[in-house]
Ligand binder design. Sequence first.
Ligand SMILES: C[S@@+](CC[C@H](N)C(=O)[O-])C[C@H]1O[C@@H](n2cnc3c(N)ncnc32)[C@H](O)[C@@H]1O
Length: 347
Amino acid sequence: MDFCAGIGGGRAGLENLGMQCVGFSEINKDAEKTYREFFGQEEKNYGDLTKINPDDLPNFDLMIAGFPCQTFSVVGKRKGMKDRRGQIIFDLIDIMKGKNLKYFILENVKGLLNHGTGESMKIILDELDKAGYKVFWKLISSLNYGVPQMRERIYFVGVRKDLIKNNKPFEFPNTVKTPELKNYLVDTNEIESKEKKRIYESFLKYLENKYNKGKFSVEELLKEDFLVIDTRQSDLRLYRGKVPTLRVGRHGVLYIRDGKFRKLSGYESLLLQGFSKRLSNKVKNKISDIYLLSQAGNAMTVNVVETFGKSFLNYINSCQKQEQEEKNRSYWGLTPQRVDFKMKGMS
Ligand SMILES: C[S@@+](CC[C@H](N)C(=O)[O-])C[C@H]1O[C@@H](n2cnc3c(N)ncnc32)[C@H](O)[C@@H]1O
């Protein structure tokens, strides 16, 4: 089940692995609209998770949740655990306990690692441990897991302790080669000429500010196809082969294509978060870029969840297999050594 669902980046990754989602929980109406376009209008939203009674939820094996990051984020106010939004993790843990949940995948921003000099992370890991879960976590960059976007996020994988066999650790998979950026900057929608003029004029002004004056020429920049230009800071930042982290408030990413400036579109930002063209096309020209850019900025990267989700499934299967083998052995009253011996003797 998908909690703090946003637009369902995590869900899309798990569905790519053949998993089935039984419901979601999301309080933002705009995100819900996009989510329904992606996954179906008939989906059930269980609403505010702080008010959910676990008994009212359907049964499910795995929880996926990118719990709110404002209070943990380095860009946020650093109020952390004292702010209610930083405590949603505790409501999630209540749901885990209420459902005697088997597995979970959680996601948060990198800032959690040193928030409160590491105290917040420690509290979260302790609480999950007390709730009966073995937790494995890793700081992962989307750049190393299948999309050309710099995006570092902490991913947690949790397994109810009684389901782990022989203390078997979960290992996050190896990184993969970053795909080519040009395959993501593909929007064919023409920017309105008024908008184009506005972007161009504000960009020229920007080049003239005290940080950038004399450093760049428009002609030079326009020569390099797929050069990415971030205008978030006063100083101009250029990226090649990748885009900076998509964020809720970051709508100023420009790039060059065919000798012209283009603004990163909502459709392209979805692709850069690993949403398939099939899903992204469902909202293109239907939901405005202002929403899509923010929503993509909040999402989990589909490829990241799919990549380590696959390893997680293998891990779960191997624990289940081991459990089944142990059951079979105790049924026949054999110790593992005897089985080995017998098999060798038979061949
Ligand atoms: C960081 S975003 C996660 C996005 C999501 N993982 C995705 O792939 O799009 C956190 C989401 O949690 C939602 N949220 C915050 N408080 C919530 C609550 N009490 N109940 C349900 N959702 C909540 C926010 O509206 C936001 O969409």
